[in-house]
Design a protein around this ligand. Structure first.
Ligand code: PA5
Length: 475
């Protein structure tokens, strides 16, 4: 491994410790906020819960959530052996982050492209946060390593294109699989390993491959030991979809230049707020969120939750969230179906159904202040498109009004209950908060529904059929 002190990249991934500005201090204290839009009865009940009251309509459910909270925090429920994520943020100290940053720095120096191989929980967290934190038109911007994901599907043309592209770039590979035997990443890794060994030779290829897998068992661990690849561990007690704050997410993020220290700080602040000895309804927004989504599901018959945003960088955050809740709650014939939409884009497609279709869902809006730049709508003398009424206004102002108008239309005219999670801004700290918030809420929701939120037995069904059809020995 190279000497990190001598590199310019070191200063990119490891900013020097600086005094916090007063703005940063304020932000450091800021948390996510939850509210209902436009004075629905549920909105009044939420305000009552936040002020420590127990509305009669909710009292039974509130007790169920309280019980679920104890089951979760005392680690006494189904699947408790997979609760390592509960205390992960506090473990993300310098000793844990430094080796990840060091290897990421090494790879950044060697490569224009990092191929990151994995699926499900070994893919979505990193993909979501890379999308949030790196330039949206990255393909036009040179000068830093690009993360390209693979192993998350079985599209032959995708792999042909990938291998062809890799002929022209210097690259490194990170393969992530807790079990080491998942079909999609295993096939992708075979293809890429063959390519990288041909391109660089076996010896150099060894220095360009990092493996993130189980500590002891599994095919990938055996291969890493045999070949001498650097490896990072996926802790035994953390399941795939709860693993973004382990090397599974942290390594690809560090490689993309995302500040994983700030991400850890955000998650730590949320752990302190939520994972307490006693449930405090006035501050525990995960309990508030759980209470109201289960109220809408169990008592109002809303079977679908639509996670929406007005920020295109959050598209894959919705994908991560769908896996988290879908695999955790959807079992034993129960569970809210998690879906997502990205506005304003989808207002021109799904918008019609949301406004006037069957009333089967409630909506949770991720609302955030996120623009780093300023751009105003130009004035045009001819005004052919009749847009001069917004000339001189920022594009983000128009977007804010679109959000307000949409929430109003959906909740007031469309009868869709709209919950809003307000996030201070799109940065690593807030994303760390958001990750832990949803993980905690998901565990709590699963226990409120009385299912095991940490297994996924249903995922095996397609695999069994596929293996049989492929003629796998013993299938
Ligand atoms: O949440 C989960 O456990 C799954 O989605 C897994 O992450 C996914 O199936 C990939 O598994 P593995 O990391 O073993 O390849």
């Amino acid at each position: 491994m190279e000497d990190s002190s001598s590199t310019a990249l070191a200063s990119q991934t490891r900013p020097k410790a600086q005094k916090m500005t007063s703005l940063e201090k304020t932000h450091f204290m800021e948390n996510l906020k939850l509210d209902f839009q436009f004075g629905l009865e549920a909105g009044q009940m939420l305000e009552a819960v936040k002020s420590g009251q127990k509305p009669e309509k909710l009292s039974g459910l509130q007790s169920q959530v309280e019980e679920a909270f104890l089951t979760l925090t005392r680690e006494s429920g189904k699947g408790h052996e997979f609760l390592g994520w509960l205390h992960l943020p506090e473990q993300l100290r310098e000793e844990a982050l430094a080796p990840i940053l060091e290897k990421a720095e090494d790879f950044r120096k060697k490569s224009q492209i990092l191929v990151c191989i994995g699926i499900g929980g070994s893919y979505l967290g990193a993909k979501a946060l890379v999308e949030c934190m790196t330039p949206q038109l990255a393909q036009f911007i040179m000068g830093y390593p690009r993360v390209i994901f693979a192993g998350h599907q079985l599209c032959e043309d995708y792999y042909s294109e990938l291998l062809a592209a890799l002929n022209h770039y210097d690259y490194t590979v990170c393969v992530i699989s807790k079990s080491g035997t998942t079909t999609e990443p295993a096939i992708a890794f075979r293809l890429v390993r063959e390519h990288i060994e041909k391109k660089y030779g076996k010896e150099e290829a060894r220095q360009r491959i990092t493996v993130i897998t189980d500590k002891e068992k599994g095919a990938l661990k055996t291969l890493a030991d045999q070949e001498g690849y650097t490896s990072f561990v996926v802790p035994d007690n953390v399941g795939g979809r709860y693993s973004v704050l382990t090397p599974v997410g942290l390594f690809p993020l560090a490689l993309s230049g995302v500040d994983i220290r700030k991400l850890a700080q955000g998650a730590q602040s949320m752990q302190k707020l939520l994972c307490t000895e006693k449930l405090d309804w006035t501050s525990n927004i995960a309990a508030q969120y759980t209470l109201f989504r289960q109220y809408l599901y169990m008592q109002q018959g809303k079977k679908v939750e639509l996670l929406t945003n007005f920020e295109p960088r959050l598209l894959y955050f919705g994908e991560w969230w769908k896996q988290l809740f879908g695999e955790s709650e959807g079992k034993e014939g129960k569970g809210i179906f998690p879906s997502s939409a990205n506005f304003t884009t989808d207002l021109h497609s799904l918008g019609q159904y949301i406004q006037e279709g069957e009333r089967l869902f409630f909506e949770t809006v991720l609302s955030m202040e996120s623009q780093k730049t300023e751009l105003v709508v130009p004035f045009e003398e001819a005004d052919l498109d009749k847009m001069n009424f917004v000339a001189g206004k920022r594009v983000s102002y128009v977007n804010e009004k679109a959000e307000e108008g949409t929430c109003m239309a959906h909740s007031q005219q469309g009868g869709v209950p709209v919950l809003r999670i307000r996030i201070p801004q799109l940065d690593e700290y807030s994303l760390g908060q958001l990750i832990y918030f949803f993980e905690f809420a998901c565990g709590l929701s699963g226990y409120t529904l009385e299912v095991n939120p940490f297994d996924q037995p249903g995922v095996e069904a397609y695999k069994k059929n596929m293996f049989k059809l492929l003629g796998k020995p013993g299938a």
